[in-house]
Design a protein around this ligand. Structure first.
Ligand SMILES: [Zn+2]
Length: 305
């Protein structure tokens, strides 16, 4: 579709978006570095024991995430509460699902896995795999976007579901359970994923790999526009991807034909080691990625694509 056609279609179908800039700004301003430090600091602290799925540390992480959603007035997706329990091979686990309802029976899902590797083989005397970049950074981004959307005090066109997946490190188990049991999958318009959003390669620390479904070039155009307008500190590598079915929780959505966007800052020497700690996160970069992603969520929820 041409940009002019998309703009006209948006104007006709979703006229409120034209007047939404000031509301969007009200949410955008709430995304702050101090909160990213707090969220990553708590989730990646030794007391949460590496947040292994099915273990006490994982349950403590879930309790913390739920307490924030509840405090901000972001309602659970299910009448049964925020937790979506499931089990694989005797291991009980919990996805966390919240929603800001929209005007239509269509949904955008914004997700990140909150589990990590737990307590494991000691490296240099440290056996706690804190998982600050993988993936407390992504959880921080989803939390801040959820609060920012809520703070706009506007009802989006499409409902926005905020998902915190369990069991990713054991094989993408939480996102698989959700997709295989979702009764409204055909009404899901897009999925946004975060998995490692706070570091970067040693030789290119501001790098961001921006994956998106190739049949939706608009997703790339949006970030290009925002890069010019907002002076973000990260350096995006645009990766249009025909079938984005690998790597992380985006896989199960892509396999079902749902277009995806995935923010990923790539590997580093602390990946899957006890040294992936909160003090090594680049918070300026994480916040800029979170802000850029909020702008994308706003469009995914309110525009035609
Ligand atoms: Zn991960």
């Amino acid at each position: 579709m041409s940009r002019i056609f998309v703009a006209l279609a948006t104007l006709i179908l979703f006229p409120s978006v034209v007047f939404s800039q000031k509301y969007m700004d009200r949410g955008y301003r709430t995304i702050q570095s101090a909160d990213a430090r707090l969220f990553v600091g708590v989730l990646a602290s030794d007391s949460l024991q590496g947040r292994e799925a099915g273990e006490a540390g994982g349950r403590m992480a879930a309790t913390y995430i739920v307490s924030l959603l509840d405090e901000w007035g972001i309602e659970p997706l299910s009448d049964d509460g925020y937790l979506q329990p499931f089990a694989v091979d005797g291991c009980d686990m919990n996805n966390i699902l919240a929603v800001i309802p929209g005007k239509r029976n269509e949904y955008v899902i914004v997700g990140a896995h909150y589990d990590h590797l737990g307590i494991g083989v000691a490296v240099d005397g440290d056996s706690c795999y804190n998982g600050a970049d993988d993936n407390a950074s992504g959880v921080s981004a989803v939390l801040q976007i959820a609060r920012a959307v809520k703070k706009t005090r506007r009802t989006p066109q499409r409902g926005i579901i905020f998902a915190f997946w369990d069991g990713e490190e054991k094989g993408l188990l939480g996102s698989r359970h959700f997709v295989e049991n979702c009764s409204f999958l055909s009404d899901v318009s897009a999925y946004m994923n975060f998995d490692m959003a706070g570091r970067g390669p040693v030789d290119n620390p501001k790098h961001l790999t921006y994956f998106y479904t190739a049949s939706h070039p608009l997703f790339g155009d949006w970030l290009k526009e925002d890069m010019e307008a907002r002076l973000f500190s990260f350096i995006p590598d645009y990766r249009a991807w025909d079938k984005p079915t690998g790597g992380s929780d985006n896989a199960w959505f892509a396999k079902n034909g749902i277009p995806i966007v995935w923010y990923h800052t790539e590997g580093h020497p602390d990946y899957h080691r006890p040294s992936d700690t909160a003090d090594k996160i680049d918070y300026e970069k994480l916040i800029d990625i979170t802000r850029a992603a909020f702008l994308c969520v706003w469009r995914l929820a309110n525009e035609v694509y």
